[in-house]
Design a protein around this ligand. Sequence first.
Ligand code: ATP
Ligand code: MG
Length: 468
Amino acid sequence: MIRKLLHRVFSRNPSVPVSSSYFPSAGAHIIPRKQHGITRDHINPCALKVTTGLQDAGYSAFVVGGAARDLLLGLEPKDYDVATNATPEEVRAIFRRSRIIGRRFRLVHVMCGAETVEVSTFRGSTSPDEDDGVTVSTHADEHGRLLRDNVFGSQEEDAKRRDFTVNALFFNPVSEEIWDYLNGYDDIKAKRLRIIGDPLQRYREDPVRMLRAVRLAAKLDMQIDADTAAPIGDLAPLLQNVPPSRLFDEMLKLLLSGHALACVIDLRTRGLHHGLLPMLDVILEQPLGERFITLALKKTDERVRQEKPVSPGFLFAALLWHEVLAAWNIRQTAGEKLLPALHQAMNDVLAAQNKKLAIPRRYDAIMQEIWAMQPRFIGRSGRKPFRLLEHPRFRAAYDFMLLRCESGEVDMELGKWWEAFQRASSGEREAMLLKDETQKKRRRGRGRQKPASGDTADTGGSVANVVK
Ligand code: ATP
Ligand code: MG
């Protein structure tokens, strides 16, 4: 408040931006607007309000990270981050609708209408110290993974602690300059994704950067620089030390990036997929499994690019389906009945998943419903199809069944029948019903028999035929 008051009393000439009093350190390369072409009108009003508000109060403030990068690439930024030399408390004091979040890494969320801009104070370097060639750090675990990164620092240090050079550019909306400490601007123009500093050390500090490299290269259509890419295969096992919830967040970003298929292929090529999605490697090696996952990812990518909603639950159901099928098949072969075996298989797969990738429990219900509804698509007589149609999750389960048809797991005829059934009038629907119910009942009356291996009539030909 006092700062604001003083600012008003000793008000500067408004035509002179306050930022002109903030100088970059000698290491910065300043790129003027006429060269880079980004104006303050390109950035979102909330980010503009936050940066000018901070600068009016005498601080430096820049749009940084993904937003500055995306603007330069002609992409629409997903979210805006602002970096400043004001402390979280100082930021909080300037904006009425703001709150400090995070205990270890303290940030401020500033709200304008429905939008939120994340404001972080320049962070200092916490790179492990070099001691006779041996890397030691009190901030890192025994693999070199950083556990603390909350020390305030200069703008240059803030640039250096970021992951890739293209993510370390600062755009000042008031002066419309870009400040570049690490040649990120040239890398953007060359479409080169280059890690900042020593690749080995930076991946050890945070192995998630390897996944980010794959995701950003696909999203930004960039080549991963050779030195940046080289250690990835060898260091892949370090991902096992990353907390599962963080791994899940990063995987979700990757799967919903609109480039999931390209990312998964690249993860596999670089040997990064082990342990991320259990048995992804095994599944991808089975022709049907590979076709199913490829289709699921392709469709997800299409939806994301068309800005249609995507259900992570549906996607995870798809990614784990062939594992469910395998477990289901084993249980049936051991003599368990069709539906109890399916439910047990679903539980087994989810339990294993929750440990490894920490898929949050909130997705379990949708995955279970989609899976459990699959055998019900076979029942096309009596009232069964009508009841299924009314199920609140029908649409998701139907889309899932179509994926199974398209991948070759189930006869396409089933998908066509359901498509026609949905479009049909009520009279037409009655005429479409299959008339095999009485026969089946009679068969059941004669005594239940264990399904022979290969007898998949009730599951749409799925289990035994698919999982060898
Ligand atoms: P996206 O378009 O997916 O949001 P992004 O680069 O903005 O990509 P964020 O997770 O929003 O990704 O991160 C914002 C910025 O924070 C990055 O641009 C980068 O400067 C920095 N950053 C994020 N993750 C890391 C990391 N693991 N190590 C170092 N810096 C990071
Ligand atoms: Mg971002």
